[in-house]
Design a protein. Structure first.
Ligand code: CDP
Ligand code: CDP
Length: 208
């Protein structure tokens, strides 16, 4: 069983994915962390973000078991991740690792930008989770304040819009809902309400 969850930054993909994985006893991979890990490896090695050869080498060597959400959470790392995510060689290497993960039993929940369209187009349940840019910026802003990062709302909103543009306009695997994806707009939805909407769809797909 594969559950594909896509959508823009701070739409609630990760929160929903973790909840679904806990409910059904499935494995969960936040594929954004794989792009973040490559970006952070480049930064830590003192390489520039346009060094495709170095980025590809880090992507080839990705260790999914060693991804540490906390260590990769910085705003600047997310921004850098969306820049290296335009490189086809990086995407190919990471997609290979993500597909291996998706074969885990009894099931896997993968969240990202291109799970339903590219990584696991055969997934029986595809969700596209979204929310307005303002709501998403508010969520990101609140998270940054809560974790002691300095933030101002308007620049967080500008970054969200810039990231949306980069993710939807890139040539390789742009972010878009798969044709058979169910849209969940969480702008005015609680985390619980989003989970219940997803659960209804998953339970229907699991019925023999
Ligand atoms: O957590 P947030 O939504 O801010 O971003 P993320 O999921 O950690 O992803 C960081 C960046 O990686 C995104 O802006 C995308 O450019 C890229 N990404 C991607 O291209 N494909 C994926 N499947 C996941 C992330
Ligand atoms: O993974 P993604 O970047 O799409 O978003 P997330 O990290 O799951 O959610 C971003 C923030 O929005 C978290 O602090 C969630 O608690 C919050 N959230 C919310 O307030 N209401 C929702 N329906 C979903 C998420």
């Amino acid at each position: 069983m594969i559950i594909a969850i896509d959508g823009p930054a701070a739409a609630g993909k990760g929160t929903l994915s973790r909840r679904i994985a806990a409910e059904y006893g499935f494995h969960h991979l936040d594929t954004g962390l794989t792009y973040r890990a490559v970006a952070k490896a480049l930064i830590d090695a003192g390489q520039t973000l346009d060094d495709e050869v170095a980025a590809e080498a880090f992507a080839e060597g990705i260790d999914l078991a060693g991804l540490d959400r906390h260590a990769l959470s910085a705003h600047a790392v997310g921004e850098a991740a969306s820049r290296i995510a335009v490189m086809p060689a990086v995407r190919q290497a990471l997609v290979r690792a993500q597909r291996r993960f998706s074969e885990k039993t009894p099931g896997a929940v993968l969240d990202g930008r291109d799970i339903g369209t590219v990584v696991c187009p055969q997934a029986p349940v595809k969700l596209f989770v979204t929310a307005s840019p303002e709501v998403r910026a508010r969520r990101r802003f609140d998270e940054m304040v809560a974790t002691g990062q300095t933030a101002d709302f308007l620049s967080v909103l500008a970054d969200i819009r810039k990231r949306d543009a980069r993710d939807t306009e890139r040539a390789d695997s742009p972010m878009r809902p798969a044709e058979d994806a169910h849209l969940i707009d969480t702008s005015e939805m609680s985390i619980e309400a989003a989970f219940l909407a997803a659960k209804t769809l998953i339970d229907a797909a699991l019925k023999p």
